[in-house]
Design a protein around this ligand. Structure first.
Ligand code: SF4
Length: 410
């Protein structure tokens, strides 16, 4: 018989976790679907798409870079089979009275817990496989989100990237760009709601996808936001079923089409933060990687967004242009970031470049004899950029964070 202190079921209004004395921690949404697991020093994140990403640090090497990989199909089945067995064992222990239960926050009763545990039991390997199929009937692959939005509710109001030609980026090469009609947006929202059911409460923000949904002309975007407001409730406090805000990507070239007043109209409709792929402050490097727009334009777009009262996430690609562009990338990026009117609600993401084999970037870098940075040089570039940043006050400084795209899963 297990000791009751070994096994803890922790219940929050939007998630349920099972902890087995350091052996594992498993977290589920209200539908009973796993979203994170921690087991033997390794973290597993399951996206709604069914993809499972595993993350760990090599034992005894705390300085070593984080390891990240996607589980292959067979490994995923084995992982889900083990999960199913752990869930069954825990629920049996709970029903025998061998598990402690902790309730956090209101809104969850003992009978609610019982129904939740019943739902957990329905998630065997086949149920997860069916869930993957349902996901694909609702979404095109969600290729990337900013790290603080990994748990957002994604609405694909556009598909693909309007530009789709940056040499380092293959996120949307599988689809043509298009803006959904109002009717398609309505149907998409209904399908997303049906797919997630009660588990939608785990998600607190809405993210307008795909790559640069802010390319949508202003009037049409306002109409789409209206449809969204007809379908969802917004409230910044953690009110049951309410979302705290709307987020999206944009690029310098698409951002230049909007005035400060346009951005202010988005803020009035609960848009909170926009994420801008600046990549570098060095225009020659931007041209080299076929990124549209210039550093000056990025600065102008950030200034308009901030003047409109919105927050901004600025994304810089560390290692872009390899050794050849190392110094100019650092110098010009620091210069443009230091001119941006960033405050505490803003984020600077430093995102190490991962070169996709066979990509246009890899080919061009080879043709120009550009050596990619080694991991220690990437670290040094991050350090130099951080060191060069100056903000008006330590209180008002934006958050600076690493953005490892390998960890993304939706
Ligand atoms: S980096 Fe942005 S603009 Fe460039 S291809 Fe990728 S999604 Fe499109």
């Amino acid at each position: 018989m297990r000791n009751a202190s070994d096994l803890v079921i922790s219940v929050k209004p939007h998630s349920l976790s099972i902890m087995d004395d350091g052996r594992f921690v498993l977290s589920f949404d209200r539908a009973g679907r796993l979203y994170t697991a921690y087991r033997e020093g390794r973290t597993f994140v399951r996206g709604l798409s069914g993809t499972v990403v595993e993350k760990w640090h090599e034992q005894g090497e705390p300085e070593a870079p984080k390891q990240v990989r996607v589980l292959a199909e067979e490994e995923k089945r084995a992982f889900l089979t083990q999960l199913w067995s752990d869930v069954q064992t825990t629920i049996a222990a709970f029903r025998r009275g061998d598990a402690r239960v902790q309730f956090f926050g209101g809104g969850v009763s003992a009978s609610d817990l019982d129904r939740w545990l019943e739902r957990l039991l329905a998630w065997d390997v086949q149920a997860y496989a069916r869930d993957e199929e349902r996901f694909l009937s609702v979404y095109k692959p969600v290729s990337i989100l900013p790290p603080d939005q990994y748990l957002a509710l994604v609405l694909q109001v556009t598909e693909g990237c309007h530009w789709n030609k940056c040499t380092f980026c293959d996120f949307y090469r599988d689809r043509r760009f298009r803006i959904k009609t109002d009717e398609e947006v309505r149907r998409h929202i209904a399908a997303v709601r049906e797919f997630l059911g009660d588990s939608i409460t785990l998600r607190r923000s809405l993210f307008l996808a795909d790559a640069n949904a802010l390319i949508i002309p202003q009037e049409r975007l306002l109409r789409i936001l209206e449809i969204i407001h007809e379908s969802f409730v917004f409230d910044e406090r953690r009110v049951e079923g309410a979302f705290e805000g709307i987020y999206s990507f944009l690029d310098a070239y698409s951002g230049m089409r909007r005035t400060t007043e346009d951005f202010a109209a988005l803020r009035e409709r609960r848009v909170k933060r926009l994420y801008l792929g600046v990549e570098s402050g060095h225009d020659e490097l931007l041209r080299f990687v076929n990124k549209p727009g210039t550093a000056r334009e990025a600065l102008e777009v950030v200034s308009r967004i901030k003047a409109a009262g919105l927050a901004v996430g600025v994304i810089i690609l560390v290692g872009l242009g390899g050794e050849a562009f190392f110094d100019s990338h650092v110098r010009e990026t620091i210069a443009v970031l230091n001119e941006m009117p960033l405050g505490r609600e803003d984020i600077i993401y430093l995102s190490p470049l991962y070169i996709h084999p066979g990509s246009d970037y890899e080919e061009k870098a080879r043709a120009f004899h550009i050596r990619a940075l080694a991991p220690h040089e990437v670290k040094r570039q991050i350090h130099l950029i951080r060191e060069g940043l100056r903000f008006a006050s330590s209180v008002e400084r934006p958050r600076i964070s690493i953005y490892d795209v390998r960890e993304f899963v939706y």
